[in-house]
Design a binder for this molecule. Structure first.
Ligand code: CTP
Length: 413
């Protein structure tokens, strides 16, 4: 899935050691289908050469408003009119100060000033030493640039090129890419609080062994990401998986079903949407041994007794209305056969308005899936696609349901 296909990005580079990350960023943008026009200030060229950026973007870098290659000699107008967004990464403290004052003495600041402000968004990825970032002048400029309509992205935290540690590093290329993709996403869940459970649970037998399942958490993480991109505040309760936390999502790591239940209940109060994708273990060993269970030499395997785990989704969905308010609950069904019949029955059993069926063995651990959405009116297939795309489709569907809540909901054809 090329997430930026059809988008034309003007990538501006200003002076800063973080220019080395701009090379990776340029590559990532192109890989996602964007066309990228690089514009560099003179200071940026002290850190990285136009040759590198030309090779990665596949286009000659522009660095002067007097560039004679432009037939009308108006690089600032041409470049700013054709962009879907201007992304300045890295954006130095000095460049922010220039933008703030509407200064336009070289091409990049000139084209930022000349951009049609309502149509061409300006995103800035600050990069500087921590003292420069914390300075009242910089913070004042950030606030004013935001008030003027620019999107000032976060800064990273950690060790800096100067040897100091703190806030002010430029975000990594993949973080900037995720922020740009999110920026272009329709904000259909603005104001919503989405709670997602994801991954397997792990039920201990003793301190070194346990029972788990093959769920990778990928579907739930993709849903959390899509919800965040749609503008929601997102809490993700994750069983033991090693996936990266989607940007802007608050993650709560848990191990057992009971841990997952208490984390979920604590967060359910503030949630407006609950999507239960976790493959919760249905049973756990009745007791968990304090020490490793040893072979006793008899050749006899130890006997394990199981007790049923709490049903997290059903517990939340059946909470009294006074406690859960208008919470919209979405369940998943991992089946190995008879998907529609099982999903229908499960929807009623769990007491949720929407249940999403999928074939567990076919999808666990994979990057793609196919979904069957079952509600009180019928069912709708979301055909085989990447989990990323399916997550977006599901979030769009949930947003439509929330928007038309109380009205009759029709499946889109
Ligand atoms: N679920 C849950 N807590 C459980 C079991 C399931 O919250 N203890 C949720 C899952 O996150 C999913 C839905 O319930 O949203 C259905 O899960 P699934 O494993 O498909 O079904 P089960 O309830 O385990 O039913 P069965 O074993 O009969 O398939």
């Amino acid at each position: 899935m090329n997430e930026l296909s059809g988008k034309h990005i003007v990538l501006g580079l200003t002076g800063g050691i973080a220019c080395y990350k701009a090379a990776e960023l340029c590559r990532a943008l192109v890989k996602e289908g964007a066309t990228v026009q690089v514009v560099m200030t003179a200071a940026a060229q002290q850190f990285i050469t136009p040759v590198t950026m030309q090779a990665l973007s596949g286009r000659a870098v522009v660095d002067s408003q007097w560039d004679a290659r432009e037939p009308n000699n108006m690089a600032h107008i041409n470049l700013s009119r054709e962009a879907d967004a201007i992304l300045v990464a890295p954006c130095s403290a000095d460049f922010m100060a220039k933008l703030l004052h509407g200064s336009a003495d070289e091409l990049l600041s000139l084209l930022c000033l000349a951009r049609p402000i309502d149509r061409v968004p300006l995103l800035l990825a600050p990069a500087m030493n921590r003292e420069m970032w914390a300075h009242p002048a910089t913070q004042r400029n950030v606030a004013q640039l935001r008030a003027d309509g620019a999107t000032v992205l976060d800064v990273g935290q950690g060790e800096q090129a100067c040897g100091e540690t703190g806030d002010g590093r430029m975000l990594e290329a993949e973080e900037l890419l995720a922020d740009l993709i999110a920026f272009f996403s329709a904000k259909t869940l603005l104001g919503q609080h989405v709670l997602v459970t994801a991954g397997p649970t792990y039920e201990a037998i003793d301190p070194v062994r346990g029972i788990t399942n093959l769920s990778s958490g990928k579907m739930g993480f993709a849903i959390a990401r899509a919800a965040r991109e749609a503008g929601a505040t997102v809490e993700l309760v994750a069983g033991p998986v090693s996936l990266a936390t989607p940007r802007g999502v608050t993650r709560h790591d848990v191990r057992s079903a009971r841990d997952m239940l208490s984390a979920t209940l604590a967060l359910a109060h503030d949630a407006t949407v609950f999507v239960a994708t976790a493959a919760v273990a249905d049973w756990r060993p009745a007791t968990s041994a304090e020490h490793k269970i040893k072979k006793d030499g008899s050749g006899q395997a130890p006997e394990l007794c199981f007790v049923e785990n709490p049903d997290i989704l059903a517990t939340v969905a059946k909470m009294p209305r006074a406690l859960r308010g208008d919470l919209f609950c979405v369940g998943f069904a991992a089946e190995s056969q008879d998907l529609l019949a099982n999903a229908r029955a499960k929807r009623l059993r769990k007491g949720v308005p929407l249940l999403v069926g999928n074939i567990g063995p076919a999808t666990f651990g994979q990057d793609d899936n196919a979904l069957l959405l079952v509600d009180e009116r019928g069912s709708q297939e979301l055909p085989h696609a990447s989990k990323r795309l399916l997550a977006r489709q599901l979030i769009a569907d949930i947003a439509r349901r929330l928007a038309t809540r109380g009205q009759t909901y029709h499946h889109s054809p």
